[in-house]
Each structure stands twice: as structure tokens, then as C-alpha cells.
Design a binder for this molecule. Sequence first.
Ligand SMILES: Nc1nc2c(c(=O)[nH]1)N[C@H]1C(S)=C(S)[C@@H](COP(=O)(O)O)O[C@H]1N2
Ligand SMILES: [Mo]
Length: 518
Amino acid sequence: MTTRPPTHHTPSRRAAAIAGLSAGAAALGGAELLAGALPGAASPIIAVGDLVIALQPPGAKQFVVELFGEADKLILNFFIAGVAIAITAGLGLLARTHFGLARLAFVGGGLLALGAGLRDPLAEPVTTLLVAVAAVGIAIGILSWLLRLAAERGHQAEAEMPAWGRRRFIGASIAVAGLAATSGVLGRALLDRGRLIASTQAGDVPAPASAAPPPPAGSALDVAGLSPLVTPNGDFYRIDTALLVPRPDLATWRLRVTGMVDRPFELTYDELLALPLHEQYVTIACVSNEVGGDLVGNALWSGVRLKELLERAGVRPEATQIVGRAVDGFTVGFPTAHAIADRREALVAVAMNGEPLPPNHGYPARLIVPGLFGYVSATKWLTEIELTTLEGFDAYWVPLGWSKQAPILTQSRIDVPSNGARVAAGAVAVAGVAWAPDRGVSGVEVQVDERGWQSAELSNPISDATWVQFVHRWEATAGEHLLRVRATDGRGDVQTDMRTPPPPDGARGHHTIRVTVT
Ligand SMILES: Nc1nc2c(c(=O)[nH]1)N[C@H]1C(S)=C(S)[C@@H](COP(=O)(O)O)O[C@H]1N2
Ligand SMILES: [Mo]
């Protein structure tokens, strides 16, 4: 028997791809863990996701909302991680023959993560750099280690233990992938919870100086399955562009009032809370809501009156637009005249249904402007109110094709029975909600099988800024039936049946459902 010096063979293509994939997964997992542990570090997946969102073509938002509903963020995360790992599998193949080139490509990936991460105004450059460098280091280190194992496998295969090298390589790859997944999940949990270090704690919000009167008698109908009059915080729809909920540090967070004003100023969180708080119920809605959709909710908001802040700053007459800026760079814009109209009270809200704003809904402060769709008004994680002209600035969604002026359209939705339900013949409650903030709802009608409109019973409205509930007591007869609803707003305008898609200014049309009566 001759003993030969160990010869290293080129790893198989499959082994090289697995090595690349494991190296990529390890880099992403390690980066998530570091980003979760270090203050202000950007997660590469989130940073690249934010970049994708920022570069989206007009129309993509509606496409994404339609496709994934509110799960779109999770899906985008998985998509980016999947694409990244697929690319690194390819780099594993490249590394088989050109390790230097593969190493260069990993450095390129690190630079992309760094560049994307630094776009986030909340990112700390130093920790973000650290995460990118660590990720590249992990990727290259693991790749060369696994490729070495895979190469030894060729040698071992000729020696007396044919399966040993192969097992070692597979075992190492599985261990790396497992560790990567664990760090990724752990890191993301830390990120979602607020970072390990420098997370802010929501304290109590003072009682409002002007509390909302309790909802009037008869403001809520008692029908099983009907949306509650006030949407609990945990059930309130959430729409925003933030892949990671911004958690501003209260020590440095400020609310600034700037632009075309005589006396610009800024407030700390405590100074904001020290101002008299006004409380009111307001229904807000998303422009992306489809007819019959649930991107709408009603809450009791408490906050500082926007008018008071504007008076303090001394708004110049030429300032026709108010721009709300969020800590993450998101912007809204709406007419000054709308916000300061006598009959309406726009708020810098700090509390939602008696609790400090939940992080998802804009903690520490957000705008609530009755009557306007969220994307032009309801800035969450608010940090600046800038006075400018309507011509002078287009907010976030406007260049992406959404209307600059966006009053909430009159809409109504049947909650019960649900579409496609089977119900027993006899008395059936057809019930739901209708909204036209802040014109108010003056009537709701229900139609069965195109046989004329019948007035539904309405709940006693809290105000023109809130939705109402309705119920129509239907004597259902056996067979298939179409149920349709329409509302009339406080100005007497009947909700149109002309269907439009959400872009560019909201969906129109009557919510229509089909039920089977047995
Ligand atoms: N900072 C920030 N604020 C934002 C958004 C956003 O993407 N970023 N989205 C707006 C949109 S489109 C809507 S419909 C409302 C939704 O508010 P909610 O998530 O509290 O229901 O927030 C608005 N405020
Ligand atoms: Mo929205």
C-alpha cells in the first residue's frame, strides 16, 4: 500500500453551492443578531428591504397590499433573505474555481448592506459598519472553511474512510445553517422588541384637559359579529412603510415646528405632554382599502391641538401646506386650511384609547387629522411639522402616483352576514359600519337582490368624524341573495356605485355580498 500526500480536490458543484448557501445564511443570521444587540445598527435585510420600498415603481404599494395584505412586510423580509441566499449559493460555485472573485462579491454585498443601512436616519454609522464588516467576515470565513472540508472529502473518498469527509462536510453545513437560523430569529426578536440597549419605555400619558364626552346613548348597536364602535388597539389596522417599527429615544426625540412660521420652536416629549391635551374619537382609513376592506378603524385619540402649536409658531399667511415628517423620513402633506378650519380639531396625538400610542401606531406622537386619508395626514413617529406651500413640496406617496388631496371617501361595509355565508330563513340582521369623516353619515341603505333600497337603523353617531354602525332587519327567504349597502354623507351626497380601484385617491363602489338562505 502506498501512502500518498493528501491531495485536495476541487469540491463538487453541489457541495460548493451548499457551502455558499450556508455562508450566506450565516452572514445574514449573524448580522440580524448583531443588529438586534447593538444600538442603532441596521439589519442588512431590513435596510435592503427599505431600499426596495424606496425604489418601488408607482403602483407597487397597491399591488403589494392587495397581494399580501398586512403580511407584506414579513413576505418582503423572506423574499430578500431568499434572494440573498440564492446569490450566495451561486458565489459558492464561483468560489470553487475563483475564490478571490467570490470574496470580492461578498465584499460588494457588504457594501450594499452598509449603503442601504446608512440611508436610515436612525442608523448609527459605526455600529452599522460593524455589522456589515462582521457579516462579510462570517461569509468569507465560513465559505473557505466549508470548501476546505468539501475538498478533503475528495481525498478521503479515495482513502479508507470514504464517507467520513462527506459526513463532516454535511454535518458542518447543517450546523452552520441551524446556527444561522437561530441567530436570525433571535436577532429579529430583539429588533422587534426594541433593541437590547437604548430602548425607550412608554410611561403614562396625563389625563386630557378636555376629555371626550362619553359616547351618546345608542351609539353602539348590539349585533353579534358587528365591528365594535371603538376598535381596540390590538385590532387596529396597521399600514406603513417601516419594516422595523421606529423606536425613537425619548432623550433625544423632539417635535419641531418649522418652515414658514414667525417663531419656530421645538418641544421635548415632556414639554409636549405638559400642554393641555384634547381628546376625541376619530375614524381613520387607508386609501388602499378595498370596498368592503378592513383598513379602517375608530379610536379615542388624545393629544395636543395642532391649532395651538400653529398659533404658538405664528403661521405665515402664504403657508398653504402642512408637512408632517416622521423620524424615519416618511412625509405627509395636507392643506393648512383643512387643519385649521373651525369645525375640526387636528391633533398631535400621544394616546390611543387611553394608552400611550402603541409603537405600531406612532409612539411617541402622531398626527390625526379628521377627514383625510392616512397617507396624506396621519404621520406616525412624528418629529417635525413644517409649514410650506402646496406647490413647494410633494409628500412621500404623491410622486408615486397617489393623489395630493385625499379626503376620506364615503364608504360602508357589511360585517354580518359574511360574504358567502349560509343563514337560516327568517329574521337576519344585516349589519356593518359606514363612514364619511368628517362630513358625517346621515343615512345607510341596504338593498336585497336589486329590489330597491331600504333605510337601515343607524347607531347614534359620536360625531361627524367617526363611523356609525347600521343594521337592517331582513326577513330572509330561501335561496341565493345579493346584499348591497350604501351610505349618504352629512352633505346629502349618496355613496357612488361607480367602482374605482384604490389608486389614486381611494376605492369607490358599493360593498356587495352573496348569501345562501336555507
Ligand atoms: N411614519 C409613517 N407614518 C404613516 C405611514 C408611514 O408609512 N410612515 N403610513 C400612513 C398611512 S398610509 C396610514 S393609512 C396610516 C395608518 O395608521 P395606523 O397604522 O395607525 O392604522 O398611517 C400613516 N402614517
Ligand atoms: Mo394608508
